[in-house]
Design a binder for this molecule. Sequence first.
Ligand code: UGA
Length: 452
Amino acid sequence: MNITIIGTGYVGLTTAVVLSYFDYNVAAVDKDEGKLNLLHKGKSPIYEPGLQNLLDEVCHTIHFTTSVADVVPDAELIMIAVGTPSQKNGEADTRHVEEAAREIAKVCHPDKHYTLVIKSTVPIGTNRRVAQVVDIVFEERNIQGNISVASNPEFLQEGLALQGAFYPDRIVVGANNDDAFEALRRLYQPILEQTFDSPTWLPRPAAYHLPPMMATDPNSAEMIKYAANTFLALKISYINEIAGLCEDVGADITEIERGIGLDSRIGRRFLRAGIGWGGSCYPKDTAALLGVASQAGYQMPITEAARVVNFEQRKRIVKKIRNALKTLKGKTICILGLAFKPNTDDIREAPSLDIIRQLVAEGANVRAHDPIANSNAQQAVKDISVEFIEDVHLISHNADALVLVTEWETYHKLELRKLAKQMKTPILIDGRNVFSPQEAIAAGFHYIGVGR
Ligand code: UGA
């Protein structure tokens, strides 16, 4: 099967590489020449565990190009995986999706059938809009054209993208005709039946069951994506809200996480209190869902509250540092972790950035470290003065507080005693409840966690 993927971001590139691993003929289109230059050299423009390994295996088989016209005519299935950034009012901007659809319709063969798959996260109803865009171009070209539009939302998590691509929980397809379902069933057959040989470094999980492909209508498929992300976002905000109350009444949130998570109706995952969610998805998608609701004249107070609680968590952390030090002015604060979550170099909407800005605004000197995301973060805060540290073991020298913001594995193993010894005032603010309070205290720290 000939497949063209428009967009080589986290979703587009992961999908291209995985489909190529299944021996499909894959072409990937991106307008960003810098990214393509790297991809032509076989280098991944993003950090995602395992992606470079897989790219090493398959990059010579993927046709990377800036030109839709080069590859679309010969494709059978075309996937749109471009960004849908937030507009000022929170609504998702689908301009790039529509633009991609327009370009595709301009160059496709009049007599050939194509399946056009929307993988980008888009507001409910975008599938119809895309079909309209295609029809308008066909009218302009004075051709009949034959494109079936399908919605196929992506659920992969950064840091676990390949895991999610090879071993998904489910595949959701929204379409109005059987051809599109059939094309996607064929495309995903290696995943649905798990007929591929797993990469040696990413074996099939022992308890993994064959994933269902859920067929539904396009609007529902689009809604499933927003509802899933919003549900996870509010699950996290809920536990953070309970964590705040735990601090006031003297309970330990990690015990609550365990105690309610063991109820199989609730489940333990996405129930970790901390600084809250960031990244390119939850902040954008919760806002976009509220935008969809507002257009429909519908209120979503739970979703609104989840956002309020989430962004308050960042302020609460700064307040904790301020309270511990009496003032932030002239104090040296060390930030451990800048990426919005571990195992990615992505700093979009990362809590670390808001926290750093607030600290600097209040006169603190900030030192920051991330195993992978230092240079991305450096770019993001280049308008303020922040010292980026390469060797985390040296970060706490003469510092007033150490703040763990992103729970990278490497921080779990830090020698707390050494770090505490180097500090002026050994205060540890554990924004992700990674450390045992007893061990931190034994190492010489004054320990402050979240909800404990
Ligand atoms: C999320 C969804 O999990 C994916 O299913 C979806 O495909 C993706 O958005 C998307 O829409 O593209 P992602 O944003 O990569 O994936 O990361 P998550 O692992 O969901 O984490 C999001 C944020 O929640 C992170 O900042 C993380 O630190 C935070 N989090 C997560 C918590 O604070 N507590 C938890 O228990 C779990």
